[in-house]
Design a protein around this ligand. Sequence first.
Ligand code: P6P
Length: 339
Amino acid sequence: MMGDPMISKGITLTRHLLDDRTPIEGDLGALLIKIGTVSKLISREVNRAALHGKLGYTGEINVQGEQIAQLDLWSNDVLVDALKETGLVCTMVSEEMEAPLHVDRNCLPGSYVVCFDPVDGSSNIDINGTVGTIFSVRHRRGHGREHMAADILRKGTEQVAAGYVMYGPSTMFVYAAGHAVHGFTWDHTLDDYVLTHPDIRIPRQGKTYSVNHGNYHRWSEPTRRVVDYLSTPDKATGRPYSLRYVGSMVADLHRTLLEGGLFMYPGEAGEGKNAKGKLRLLYEVAPMAYIVEQAGGRASTGDERILDIEPSEYHQRVPIIIGSPDDVILAEEFYQGKR
Ligand code: P6P
């Protein structure tokens, strides 16, 4: 896409997605524009949460066993209503909804399944940290509610688009739809996203690793050995890497995408709740893996390519090792006993 006349400053997300030179299928552009529009509302509420008494938690626990932040529920409802309104989304899966939502009237041939985490990392809102919305888009294959599970539980390779919105010092919309990864920054004067990061490519190798080091003693041996290796000084191989960890997947992945390096949320040793890690395949791990691969990166569990995983449950967790290809391959060598 580099050199493409559409890849120039001042191009808004709307104009980019509706231009017939942008290789995006059918109604997908309209769907992404809608997600961008809703993200403006979420961004505004995140920014005003402290002023409008929207900090803190509802006191309820979600299907993940996690506390529900006030903005989690509000953002989920806003996204659900918007995706319904498009008339294009037949089925939705959300971190905040135990069961998928099936919208019969939208289930025409070519309609979409959208999986999303409305506000990922919402625990960071109360400390004015960066949070994000993550989304994944697939075509539905079935013909009715009875096919809903089969429509949803499909490999990440069948995604037709994925993206995230990062509510940070600036609000950014980053998406991939099979050809390139483009980043747009919210311009308040235009009241729209403007193309600022065309055709993002992840560096082959980075200088940072991103993981919750507090879990060190719960990790399996290979994970500890990866982290021990990266934090051991060795000039010839550019070590030690610096540890960077926000605790908000969108923030940690965005830095990794732009600067390279490794993000990991590995499984824990043994058969406990977090044996497969904490992050959910359908609406966190698979969309991020889709984006990073399209930027030239790599994403695996340590043993298996993320996008090849056949989901078995809507809220299934998988370990994730993702980022620069050289760094992920190095980590995989530890998991596969080659180092
Ligand atoms: P931990 C936020 O709760 C989240 O789902 C991701 O955004 C983030 O990467 C991860 O969990 C942080 O988890 O256990 O390190 O606090």
